[in-house]
Design a protein around this ligand. Sequence first.
Ligand SMILES: *Cc1c(COP(=O)(O)O)cnc(C)c1O
Length: 433
Amino acid sequence: MHYNSLNHQSPIVDFKTATIKGQAPDKGLYFPEYIPKFPVGFIDNINIYSKEEIAFTAIQPFVGDSIPAIVLEQIVAETVNFNFPLVKVTDQISSLELFHGPTLAFKDVGARFMSRCLGYFVQGNNQPITVLVATSGDTGGAVASGFYDVEGVNVVILYPSGKVSSVQELQLTTLGKNIKAIEVEGNFDDCQNMVKQAFADEALNKALFLTSANSINVARWLPQQFYYLYAYQQWVDKTNHPVICVPSGNFGNICAGLVAHLQGLPIKHFIAAVNSNDSVAKYIANGLYQSQQAVSTISNAMDVGNPSNFIRILELFGNEYPVIKNIMSSYSISDDETKATLKRVNENTGYLTDPHGAVAFAALEKYLHIHSLEKGIFLETAHPVKFYDVVEPIIGQKVEVPISIKEILEKEKISVKMKAEYGLLKEYLIEEN
Ligand SMILES: *Cc1c(COP(=O)(O)O)cnc(C)c1O
């Protein structure tokens, strides 16, 4: 499999190069040169396959010759070594729980897969690779956990001091070993700018082998297909295919679902649930796309004004607005509606969602209201405890703390405090390596 840059000004590359580089030299996103089809009988017989076999079958064509099958089997097995249960919430609505990984959010799968691929690619290099990443919350924890103890890879995570939840901060700062956390005295944009300056600094890039672990990397994007296959495997009524609703920010997750669908996975319809950051919802409504300034909401992992993966969705469907509108709907849900939904679902069904899951639940309900014979799945992308500061006041009670979080709450935070100045980051990176 080869990958083209969507800006079309860079040479085609294999999976290995696309993973190491992250972004093409012309700043475009890498995109597979074709979308394969699942093997004959794979979907019809999906119930007989293990989750490892499903993941391997889905990802192998995209990896191609870059990783031998026996190594890829091992990588895939370590990527999906937790559960992805489909839980019935109402007669019409089920939840696909994607929060059973080590950092309790769905980004674990992409981060675990990418880290292990990079670890394989740098084997035998005499220079370690440094993964530099800015985080507003969930990405940092998933990347820290995914890359922890991967040989030949150092990780430096920048996060805005005082602006991530306490659980998120502990997930970044308590691992040690090859994971370093820098606490920037500024906001997320400051962190992001420092990282961007590092990538643009030629002298630094001569001295260090730098790469990024952000969500546009194909090795983080493509394994997210697995969720949709696991959802379908657990779907009982295979004669009435589900609609799937995805809480979306950068649109990487839903875009991976659309890739699975184009390979032959029977999903009746996709719904992109967004908060007040509604540039894609507006596009679906009227065919015009305009990027926005991001606004803050209680589902903060989706506070994205100009989703980077939207261009991949356009590409998947040849930029045909009517085709996209036919396969995907989108609903924007306000914070008030999110809170009301979270509370109501908890009271009526006993099921507790996190704020992102509540946005998806509300959007799915709206769709099913006008398509009353259909049934749907929403992706529950994070455990509610990750957002207990938002969730507890809404439901008026404590959220149960899972064991993995209890352990982390007792650990000691280790971070380097830094003013938001690129010169300081550069000094640090050169000294540490
Ligand atoms: C990152 C994230 C999202 C958004 O996923 P995209 O792939 O960026 O659309 C949704 N929910 C949670 C909890 C997240 O961490």
